[in-house]
Design a protein around this ligand. Structure first.
Ligand code: DON
Length: 582
């Protein structure tokens, strides 16, 4: 990401302020609001990855829609304005709190029925470069439209068609293309030249110009008229299957008709008196977050007095992250296919034992190749409505612009989520993480994810909603953002802007930090002295979106300056469930 925005410069300023110790350690602020803090009724907020989508959410909430209504409209809008990751052809997760109850919706892609364990290996058993990343064969069966439809069936109060209307308008009338989007399209066009039909679809897009997508508008109109059938059956499905035939992809008409989103019990645990409600398998994110926050508590004495992003602090975080990634590679996969030991992995006694292993010096482990030097994308938004209902939604095509294939005649990109499977034991995926049997490819199976849309509740009310893209850096980023607010007194904007670090066990002893904002020189020197290789990340990880209730009950937003996101706080009608609105 070459564009260095004014807001990125502000982020750097914030990071420096933090490095200089201007944020007090252990202040009780956002993230640990006073027990008396009660969000004011009638005030709503959104933190979304671009302005058009944030405004769509605001308009739905102002008219009395609830957080789920707003999320549906926003997700469809992002499929138009944020083609890097906003999507119809991908999948994701939704964590929600409505009418005092929490739920989790899994609309992750699945492997097509014709998929096989070794489908990305050559005759010698070696991974074929890019086979799981570029082209029709990299696509899993899309889940997004089924997910948004399922969410609406259960929680929607505004008519489905009305929620599609803003996206249709943005596609038909166009929107003015942001410089960051134009640059990302330019980079991707060069990357995919001659390999997919990407350039034909995106060729005319230019910064500052209006971009209209009539084919996408028609696809959205079919979805508006027919619900999820407008995607999984009929014309849209035919166009997807035709694209698969042209490109040697595996997604069939039967795969599309058979796709089902799944309501799952969210992963829940307690952290400093708050209930954390987050993503269960097939995401690794919730288990990882539970382990990281739990180890942080178990290691409280070691953290005492450590400044934010100091060498000692980063070292402890890195040692905890190593353990999380070791468990992730071994145990995690689709719970409908493998038995995931979630209870054991999140047992406080087990976490305390893992914390006790955190040693003073980095451990030496066998090496794998470095992580990618590319610009992957996913996207996340958070919404809190005027009645305290809340949504955290992360969805994705996996890599930026997915597999680079636009469904001809339908105007949307397909995912390359198949790469999130372990294509071969020990084979690093796009994010450099490895896996084993638990995450091997099987027909109908969901590939392991790191997406971590998360809500924090205190006394039954949502006080934080957050999440981010970033592949394997997602849950380490969510973890650091929560600590930034809770331990260092940062408001949500400072918390998302601060530099983040990441360590994922392999390559051994390698710590990366945010591309936008370096760690302090003394931190780098201190980590090097401990034996770490510390590197600026080759890609900008994370586009963190946070809404948090401060100690006075006010909503505050944090929209990551690494992206083009926007946070809005505004008056909204306290939403209630309206029956018969569908
Ligand atoms: O599900 C996952 O974990 C990945 N497919 C997410 C991809 C992602 O976050 C890319 N963003 N930078």
């Amino acid at each position: 990401m070459k564009a260095f925005t004014r807001r990125a410069a502000l982020a750097l300023g914030a990071a420096l302020a933090i490095g200089l110790g201007l944020f007090p350690v252990d202040a009780r602020a956002v993230g640990t609001p006073a027990a008396s803090a009660t969000p004011r009724a009638g005030i709503a907020a959104v933190a979304a990855p671009d302005r058009p989508s944030a405004e769509v959410a605001r308009d739905v909430l102002r008219r009395g829609g609830n957080a789920v209504d707003a999320a549906i409209a926003t997700a469809f809008a992002l499929a138009v304005t944020y083609p890097e990751a906003g999507n119809l052809g991908g999948g994701g997760f939704l964590t929600l709190h409505i009418d005092g109850k929490q739920a989790f919706l899994d609309f992750r892609e699945t492997a097509p029925a014709a998929a096989t364990r070794d489908m990305y290996l050559d005759a010698a058993g070696k991974a074929v470069p890019d086979a799981s990343l570029v082209g029709a064969r990299a696509a899993g069966v899309p889940g997004t439209v089924a997910g948004l439809w399922a969410a609406h069936q259960r929680y929607g109060t505004v008519p489905w068609k009305a929620l599609l209307a803003p996206a249709i308008r943005l596609a038909r009338e166009g929107f003015v293309v942001d410089a960051q989007l134009a640059e990302r399209i330019r980079e991707q066009t060069a990357e995919l030249a001659g390999r997919t039909n990407f350039a034909a679809h995106f060729g005319g897009v230019a910064a500052g110009q209006r971009w209209r997508q009539p084919e996408l508008a028609r696809t959205l109109e079919r979805i508006a008229a027919q619900g999820s059938d407008g995607f999984y059956r009929g014309r849209t499905a035919d166009l997807i299957v035709a694209e698969m035939r042209r490109g040697g992809g595996l997604v069939s008409a039967a795969d599309l008709v058979g796709y089902q989103a799944a309501w799952r019990e969210p992963l829940r645990f307690t952290w400093r008196g708050q209930e954390v409600v987050t993503a269960p398998p097939p995401s690794s994110g919730g288990i990882a977050l539970a382990q990281l926050l739990g180890m942080r508590e178990a290691l409280a004495p070691a953290f005492t007095g450590l400044a934010h992003n100091s060498a000692g602090y980063v070292h402890l975080l890195a040692e905890m992250m190593k353990r999380v990634f070791a468990d992730r590679a071994e145990y995690l996969g689709d719970p409908d296919f493998v038995s995931v030991p979630t209870t054991k992995l999140t047992d406080p006694a087990y976490i305390a034992r893992r914390a006790a292993e955190v040693r003073a010096l980095p451990s030496t482990l066998t090496t794998v190749r470095p992580g990618l030097e590319d610009s992957p994308q996913t996207t996340h938004f958070s919404i809190i409505d005027g009645a305290g209902g809340a949504v955290a939604l992360t969805y994705t095509l996996n890599g930026g612009f997915g597999n680079g294939v636009v469904v001809t005649g339908a105007g949307f990109l397909l995912n390359n989520e198949m790469d999130d499977f372990s294509t071969r034991p020990g084979q690093p995926n796009l994010y450099g993480v490895v896996g084993g049997r638990a995450n091997e490819i099987a027909p109908g199976k969901r590939m392991l994810s790191s997406m971590t849309p998360t809500l924090l509740l205190r006394d039954g009310r949502v006080v934080v909603s957050l999440g981010t893209p970033g592949g394997s850096t997602i849950f380490t980023g969510v973890f650091q953002t929560l600590l930034n607010m809770a331990d260092f007194g940062m408001d949500p904007q400072a918390a998302v802007a601060a530099s983040r670090m990441h360590h994922q066990l392999l390559p051994p002893d390698r710590i990366v930090y945010s591309q936008c904002c370096a760690l302090a020189p003394e931190t780098l020197a201190g980590l090097q002295a401990l034996g770490y290789k510390v590197e600026r990340s080759g890609w900008e990880f994370g586009d963190m979106m946070v809404i948090a209730v401060d100690a006075a009950g006010r909503l505050q937003t944090g929209a990551d300056p690494r992206g083009r996101g926007v946070g809005l706080v505004f008056e909204a009608m306290p939403s209630g469930r309206r029956s018969g609105a569908r």
